[in-house]
Design a protein around this ligand. Structure first.
Ligand SMILES: [Zn+2]
Length: 298
């Protein structure tokens, strides 16, 4: 199925479009970062695609659901906005309770009811706790989309129940992203030398919900391993590498075979990302491949 209207330049929108196309858009999503207008426009695009009952394309822009959605008049797209002129107000427990109660009734026209909570940052803790119950026991026909300036505004319990689509990643400059990738690569390389297995898992956690970072980090990591190998063979020194200090530590502590295996493993991971492999699986393989490669003996 083709999904229309989402920007191909945005990582978050790409992820959203592919989850709709595969029929696996999460029952509870959080869109954070970016501007309020952008978050709302993406949520409305998602809602239109989810209520559309057209053919091979969603939204098809021709079916009655699409027409109503485009006029903001679809009865199964429910927006919860604070009252106009009262932007400092909080969503109260009662607002969320009403919305939750409504979610248990069947859709009016479409197959799915979509609830958009426009300002997640003003949900009180009490209101979030009311919402939490529904997020824990989802109703098949209801989808919740929470919009929020930053996920930090929400309770951890709520965060653990939603799928995050972050627009913040799109807003970062290329140099900020390069710096972040370099740091992640060095952390992962350091973690390989740690006696604690958990340190690699923790380093990999940096990539959670952030496939772009993983994609940008792996080539840097491969470069660190390759450089460590050159140092080991005496054909380079730490000064020749971008992350020289990190590479020479690896060269000192790991065998040649381990370094060779690490170069191979990172290449394999890069290939599987390029082949659009399941992103979560790639993160899991990241841990196991690198850990077993690092254990290779002479
Ligand atoms: Zn349609």
């Amino acid at each position: 199925m083709k999904v229309n209207g989402f920007s191909e330049d945005s990582y978050a929108e790409n992820l959203i479009a592919s989850s709709i196309a595969s029929g696996k858009f999460p029952h509870a999503a959080l869109i954070d970062g970016g501007l309020f207008e952008d978050r709302l426009s993406i949520a409305l695009k998602i809602a239109s695609a989810l209520v559309c009952r057209g053919g091979d394309e969603k939204p098809c822009r021709h079916c009655p659901d699409c027409l109503k959605a485009s006029h903001g008049a679809h009865p199964d797209i429910i927006r919860l906005a604070p009252e106009k002129g009262k932007s400092s107000d909080k969503y109260a427990k009662e607002d969320i309770r009403r919305l939750v109660a409504d979610s248990y009734t069947l859709p009016n026209e479409a197959e799915t009811k979509v609830y958009i909570i426009e300002r997640g940052e003003i949900l009180t803790d009490e209101a979030q706790n009311v919402l939490l119950k529904t997020l824990e026991e989802p109703v098949a026909h209801a989808k919740f989309i929470i919009l929020c300036a930053s996920k930090e505004n929400l309770l951890d319990t709520v965060l653990s129940r939603v799928t995050l689509f972050s627009l913040g990643e799109d807003a970062k400059s290329p140099s900020e992203r390069a710096e972040e990738a370099k740091k992640a690569a060095e952390q992962a390389a350091d973690a390989l030398l740690s006696p604690y297995e958990f340190d690699v898992v923790r380093a990999a956690a940096a990539f959670e919900g952030n496939p772009k970072l993983l994609e940008e980090t792996l080539p840097l990591l491969e470069e660190i391993f390759a450089c460590a190998l050159r140092i080991k063979f005496g054909s380079a020194s730490a000064a020749d590498c971008e992350s020289g200090e990190c590479a020479s530590k690896l060269a000192e502590k790991l065998s040649k075979n381990a370094l060779l295996a690490l170069v191979d493993s990172s290449e394999e991971l890069i290939k599987s990302i390029k082949a659009n492999a399941n992103y979560n699986l790639t993160t899991v393989r990241f841990c196991s491949l690198l850990r077993s490669a690092a254990k290779e003996q002479e």
